[in-house]
Design a protein around this ligand. Structure first.
Ligand SMILES: Nc1ncnc2c1ncn2[C@@H]1O[C@H](COP(=O)(O)OP(=O)(O)OP(=O)(O)O)[C@@H](O)[C@H]1O
Ligand SMILES: [Mg+2]
Length: 261
């Protein structure tokens, strides 16, 4: 069976992309699935969120992408958790090293090898808060896209912009790409504006696209600072309950919408 590739993306910064990538990865691994978390953002937050330090620059996804090597396995490290692996970012990576358009499929090619496809059930791509070569590579390689957003005034415009890019990539590079859902993050049901924004998002993008969401929970920020998924740091927290629900909801949606490949 082939690996499913989920890209977690929003061009806005600080909307919970890395928190979602790390915690979703931890929950899917806990549910018995084999997960590769791949960090395309040179901020390197996935390694931080998993408590992994001193990663040699040569053992990074950026090193593999820049070097045009066909072997992703050199960038994959163990995380100390069962069924969860990481392809970490290189914080020193210079974007100018890879710019040409003909490299938009580099990541897709790296993920398409039998070794990768057979080793993992899910590959999660955490992406940088910008529209660059790395994000386009991620969109070209994925079959599902998840867009976390903060329920603030400009959220809809940001999601609209990204969905236009998704549509273009789906038309030109990757017919397998589908938007699986919009994920409100740092929700507080006591704040009327949050409800209003979520209602508007459901109206604009379709209620079936709006996922249950992740409530505001300081335990999620604490877990990240401790270098642990919230499942390990605070299993009884609402943040953990919300990410478990998301992990299960996405599996049902993948099933219902048919497997992308
Ligand atoms: N549901 C939540 N409740 C409280 N804090 C949260 C929640 N989700 C994320 N955070 C915190 O918000 C901050 C931004 O989250 P995160 O780093 O996941 O966003 P990001 O979209 O990956 O950011 P960037 O664009 O810089 O990569 C972090 O400090 C994180 O711990
Ligand atoms: Mg991030």
């Amino acid at each position: 069976m082939s690996a499913q590739v989920l890209v977690v993306s929003n061009r806005k910064g600080g909307v919970g992309k890395s928190t979602t990538s790390v915690n979703l990865a931890a929950h899917w691994a806990a549910l018995g699935l084999r997960v590769l978390l791949l960090d395309l953002d040179t901020q390197g937050h996935c390694a931080v969120g998993l408590g992994l330090k001193n990663i040699p620059p040569k053992q990074t996804i950026h090193h593999v992408l820049a070097g045009n090597k066909a072997d992703l396995t050199t960038a994959i490290i163990q995380t100390g958790r069962e069924r969860l692996w990481l392809a970490p970012a290189d914080p020193m990576f210079e974007h100018s090293l890879i710019v040409s358009d003909d490299k938009l499929r580099t990541l897709k090619n790296l993920l398409s090898t039998d070794a990768v496809q057979e080793q993992y059930d899910f590959i999660i791509l955490d992406t940088p808060p910008s529209l660059d070569f790395l994000l386009l590579n991620a969109l070209s390689a994925a079959n599902w896209a998840l867009i976390p957003f903060l329920p603030h005034a400009l959220a809809a415009e940001g999601v609209r912009q990204l969905s236009r890019i998704l549509f273009k990539v789906a038309m030109q590079q990757n017919a397998n790409l589908r938007l699986v859902g919009l994920l409100p993050v740092m929700l507080d049901s006591r704040i009327g504006l949050h409800r209003t924004i979520c209602d508007e998002m459901a109206k604009q993008f379709g209620s079936q696209r709006l996922l249950a969401g992740i409530r505001n929970d300081i335990k999620l920020a604490e877990a990240f600072a401790c270098g642990k998924p919230v499942l390990e740091h605070a299993p009884a927290s609402r943040g953990n309950a919300d990410y478990r629900q998301l992990a299960e909801q996405l599996l049902l949606l993948f099933e219902a919408q048919g497997r992308g490949r």
